[in-house]
Write a protein that binds this ligand. Structure first.
Ligand SMILES: Nc1ncnc2c1ncn2[C@@H]1O[C@H](COP(=O)(O)OP(=O)(O)OP(=O)(O)O)[C@@H](O)[C@H]1O
Ligand SMILES: [Mg+2]
Length: 148
C-alpha cells in the first residue's frame, strides 16, 4: 500500500492505521528512508497513539528507547511495551549485546526500527516494512509492505 503524506499530521494518521491493522505476531516494524524522511515522525505518531509517556525524543544517541504501555488494537492484538530503535550508529553485534533477541521474541513488545539496513544479519523473517521517500519539503511517499 502506497500513500502520500503532506504533513506530520497525515504521517501520524497513517501510523494509527498501521497499528490498528497489525495482526497477532506482527510486532516488528522496520522504517526505511533517508535522513529526515520521517521515520522518527512516524514513530512519534505511534507512541502518541499508544499513549506512551512523553517526551518522545529520537533514540539517535541512546539507540534503544522503551515505553511501558497497555494497548489493544481493534483486532485484539495487545502490546505492553514499545521499543523505538535507531540503528544508525550500531551494527548487528552491537545490537545483540543490547538484548535484541529478547526484545523481538516477546509478542507483547512492539518494536519500531529506524535504519534496519545496519542490522540485516539479525533481522527475523517476519516483519512489516515501511518505506519513506521524500518528494518535497513536506511531501512524503510512504509505502507499507508486509513480509512473512
Ligand atoms: N509529511 C511529512 N511526514 C513526516 N515528516 C515530515 C513531513 N513533512 C515534513 N516533515 C518533517 O521532516 C522531518 C522528518 O524528520 P525525522 O526525524 O522524522 O526523519 P528520520 O527519517 O527519522 O531521520 P533520521 O534518519 O535522521 O533519523 C521533520 O522535521 C518533520 O517535521
Ligand atoms: Mg530518526
Amino acid at each position: 500500500m502506497k500513500t502520500i503524506s503532506e504533513n506530520n499530521k497525515e504521517t501520524h494518521k497513517l501510523a494509527q492505521e498501521v497499528i490498528e491493522n497489525l495482526e497477532q505476531g506482527d510486532n516488528l516494524i522496520l522504517l526505511r528512508g533517508e535522513l529526515g524522511a520521517g521515520k522518527t515522525t512516524f514513530s512519534q505518531g505511534v507512541l502518541k497513539y499508544l499513549e506512551a509517556e512523553e517526551p518522545f525524543t529520537s533514540p539517535t544517541f541512546v539507540i534503544i528507547k522503551d515505553y511501558q504501555i497497555d494497548f489493544k488494537n481493534k483486532k485484539g492484538v495487545r502490546f505492553e511495551r514499545v521499543y523505538h530503535l535507531d540503528c544508525y550508529r550500531v551494527d548487528s553485534a552491537g545490537l545483540l549485546d543490547l538484548g535484541w533477541e529478547d526484545i523481538i521474541k516477546d509478542e507483547k513488545n512492539l518494536v519500531l526500527v529506524e535504519w534496519p539496513e545496519k542490522i540485516t544479519e539479525i533481522l527475523p523473517k517476519k516483519y512489516l516494512k515501511i518505506n519513506f521517500e521524500v518528494l518535497g519539503e513536506n511531501k512524503r511517499e510512504i509505502e507499507v509492505e508486509n513480509k512473512q
